[in-house]
Ligand binder design. Structure first.
Ligand code: ZN
Length: 146
């Protein structure tokens, strides 16, 4: 791979290659022209999740959640706030485990909320339980340093 970044568009799924000399925060999708980083987590279904894992060169912070889970709902605004701090270094994804049972089973998700830190298909870290935005950011950065 070149020293550029490969980023999957959260809107249309297009795989974008950004040259290393371009600031990723300003990057737009070459197909649908949506900004690649909006400061908001991207909601993914199973297919979109797999596409990010397979094609993104960025670390992925994945919030595995479900609509009926109170702690998950409580954490949602914290996770959204963490996106503003972690982008464009990390791409934040939200995976609804009810709609992604196969992926959840394969990942061995036993309780939610669970956060996974992935990079190029490799799991760097995981943690269960709701956290506030500061702890989410600190946990993610320490996972990236390992
Ligand atoms: Zn797009």
């Amino acid at each position: 791979m070149s020293n550029g970044l490969q980023i999957v568009c959260g809107h249309c799924g297009q795989i974008n290659r950004l040259p290393a000399d371009r600031a990723p925060a300003q990057g737009k999708c070459g197909k649908c022209h949506t900004p690649l980083f909006s400061g908001h987590p991207i909601e993914v279904d199973q297919a979109a999740f797999e596409r990010h894992v397979a094609h993104s060169s960025l670390p992925l912070l994945v919030d595995v959640w479900a609509p009926w889970c109170g702690p998950c709902r409580a954490m949602a605004p914290m996770f959204a706030r963490a996106a503003q701090e972690l982008e464009p270094r990390v791409q934040l994804l939200k995976l609804n485990s009810d709609e992604a049972p196969e992926v959840s089973a394969r990942l061995g998700i036993s309780g939610i909320p669970t956060m996974l830190l992935l990079q190029q298909g490799r799991e760097l870290a995981r943690i269960s339980g709701a956290m506030d935005s500061q702890r989410i950011v600190a946990w993610t950065l320490s996972g990236l340093r390992q």
